[in-house]
Ligand binder design. Structure first.
Ligand code: OXD
Ligand code: MN
Length: 583
């Protein structure tokens, strides 16, 4: 396989000249190709086959111990003008960035095969989908891209038809953190990543293309590329609503997307459309529609068990690539909170000793096809996507944010999204548990200045008069002893039901300065072991704490200077004023 598209052939030739691979392989995306690469990696030790009886077609990959998470401090957005990247990104001048990484790519693939991976983000025949080509020297990347994207011959045919594609160049280099860079050139629709073989740093279709580059493309073309799961909620009467929900990394997006309705909710069904990324477009009627650009899940493993996420637990029992989990004596994958088995070898391949820390890396992952999920929705393949009833923001916050509240308007919703804050997790390198602002859960992923991004969000109010309602949820409130106040997981359906009832105008809410809160009686807590006073505190606001929050939001927004949309400042001031009146 090669290509008839000269822009693609020329680029491949140029890259080969620079990186000097031993040979070049154009990926056709077939199962035979997948199997061949898996076998090759098993021989080289890059993959370790797991227990074939209990985990058929499952493999373990151990990444370099210094290469286990996203690296925000090594991730750059390289635009001509620094202000276009904004204070939310690390910036480098494009010419300087190219020079810096090209020096590292020089000869980087010597002795290795260079793989050319044409891929499509989104259903292959969707007008909302976009294509890319990743060049990599990592067979681990190829097999992961096969699971995570529509990869191979069909994608290449689409690229040749359209003539445009995002160019992603990746090499594992020498895996040294000193020579690791994840560079984005949104003006050129290109990505250069070197020195990492881990997840989002290396599978360029995911965070690099489908969020950082796509968010830029989306602004130019009038749509939104968001860090959101997409879930369908079907009532026993057969009414289905689709929600798109933005939570920061490792805040339970995969669990919510695959939620299992609790026993108290017979007849309710959950349909998973996506667990990480949503591309949102207005259709001709002004209805917001979502596609999931991905075809698989790259999910956090620890914590997955039959109680927290049975669908995921079952789904990863076959045809799954595990990265950085532990293994048991009989070669089954193992992770903290799996609830069955015990580790004998840790994620680094050493005999397990609890004094060395957890057995599985806290950011260990599974890669699996979305079709393996018992709650998979066939509509994930629908070219026109699904209509979105509500957009939901959330973060991991011990205090302050109520269980759920609704925005009073689209622009108020944009403020709520812009104010999202969450405790950091192991998905990114750096300190864990520190509260930081993570607007729309896009802090690590927005490919341009947040001030311009919020202006883009606000502009939707002029484009449609039937935009979805917006909400904020917080599953993570704790009492003074650190105990979670809300049971979470499957019980979150009770909160989704209130959201849907509000979308259908079936229930009233209580106007407060920060938004519309549920009346106590409208969240069904029957059969739940949650005391009425706990519900009361989950559904009320502390005016003084919120005044401080609004001061901190104002300060944060101010850090975007003159580019900050006036509308956003105004709506923040309105909330602050309403809190003052209520005091
Ligand atoms: C992810 C992340 O891997 O958000 O999905 O970090
Ligand atoms: Mn994510």
């Amino acid at each position: 396989m090669t290509t008839t598209l000269s822009a693609l052939q020329d680029w491949v030739d140029q890259v080969a000249k620079l990186t000097q691979p031993e040979d070049i392989h154009w990926c056709n995306g077939s199962d035979a190709e997948y199997k061949r690469l898996v076998n090759q990696m098993c021989r080289s030790g890059d993959l370790i086959p797991l227990n074939e009886d209990d985990y058929p077609n499952c493999y373990l990959h151990r990444s370099d111990p210094s290469d286990v998470a996203r690296v925000e401090h090594l991730t750059f957005v390289c635009t001509e003008h620094e202000d276009d990247a904004g204070p939310n990104n690390h910036w480098m001048n494009p010419a300087e960035a190219h020079e810096k990484v090209d020096a590292l790519f020089d000869g980087a693939m010597q002795g290795r095969t260079m793989y050319v991976i044409p891929y499509c983000m989104g259903p292959i025949d969707s007008p909302y989908a976009r294509s890319g080509v990743e060049i990599t020297d990592s067979p681990y990347v190829v097999v992961n891209m096969k699971i995570m994207t529509r990869m191979g011959a069909k994608a290449l045919a689409r690229i040749e038809r359209e003539g445009t594609f995002v160019k992603g160049l990746h090499s594992i280099g020498d895996l040294s953190p000193e020579r690791r860079f994840i560079m984005h050139f949104p003006e050129e629709l290109s990505i250069k990543s070197i020195g990492s073989g881990y997840g989002g740093n290396a599978l360029l279709g995911k965070k690099c293309h489908a969020l950082r580059i796509a968010s830029w493309q989306a602004r130019e073309e009038g749509w939104l590329a968001e860090h959101m799961l997409i879930v369908g909620v079907e009532s026993p009467e057969g009414e289905t609503h689709y929600l798109a929900c933005a939570f920061p990394s490792a805040c339970g997006k995969t669990n919510l997307a695959m939620l299992i309705p609790p026993k108290s909710h017979p007849g309710w069904k959950i349909w998973t459309l996506g667990d990480d990324i949503a591309w949102l477009h207005l259709d001709d009627e002004g209805q917001l529609r979502a596609i999931n650009p991905e075809a698989g899940y790259f999910g956090v493993v620890p914590g997955t068990n039959a109680q927290t996420n049975k669908n995921a637990f079952d789904m990863i029992k076959g045809d799954t690539i595990f990265t950085n989990v532990a293994v048991t004596a009989d070669n089954q994958p193992w992770w903290e909170d799996k609830k069955v088995g015990s580790p004998s070898t840790d994620w680094q391949g050493h005999a397990f000793d609890s004094r060395n820390g957890p057995a599985a890396h806290p950011n260990s992952r599974f890669t699996v096809s979305a079709r393996k999920n018992p709650s998979y929705s066939e509509l994930a393949e629908a070219p026109e996507g699904v209509p979105i009833s509500a957009l939901v923001f959330g973060g991991r916050r011990k205090e302050l944010a109520p269980l759920v509240y609704e925005a009073k308007s689209w622009r108020h919703g944009v403020l709520i999204g812009a104010s999202v804050a969450s405790e950091t997790t192991a998905a990114s390198s750096g300190a864990v548990g520190v509260v930081r602002r993570d607007p729309m859960a896009m802090k690590p992923f927005c490919g341009y200045n947040f001030a311009d991004y919020w202006a883009h969000w606000l502009s939707f109010a002029e484009k449609s008069d039937r935009l979805p309602k917006m909400f904020h949820v917080n599953w993570f409130r704790q009492d003074k002893t650190g105990k979670y106040l809300w049971p979470g997981f499957g019980e979150n359906l009770r909160v989704l039901r209130w959201i849907i009832d509000r979308c259908e105008n079936r229930v009233d809410g209580i106007e407060t300065p920060i938004g519309i809160l549920p009346r106590l009686e409208d969240i069904d807590v029957s059969g739940l072991d949650v005391a009425p006073e706990t519900m009361q505190s989950l559904l009320s606001i502390d005016t003084e704490q919120w005044q401080h929050e609004m001061e901190s939001v104002a300060e944060y927004l101010d850090s975007y200077g003159d580019r900050l949309p006036e509308d956003l400042r105004q709506v923040q001031q309105q909330v602050a004023e309403a809190l003052k009146q209520a005091d």
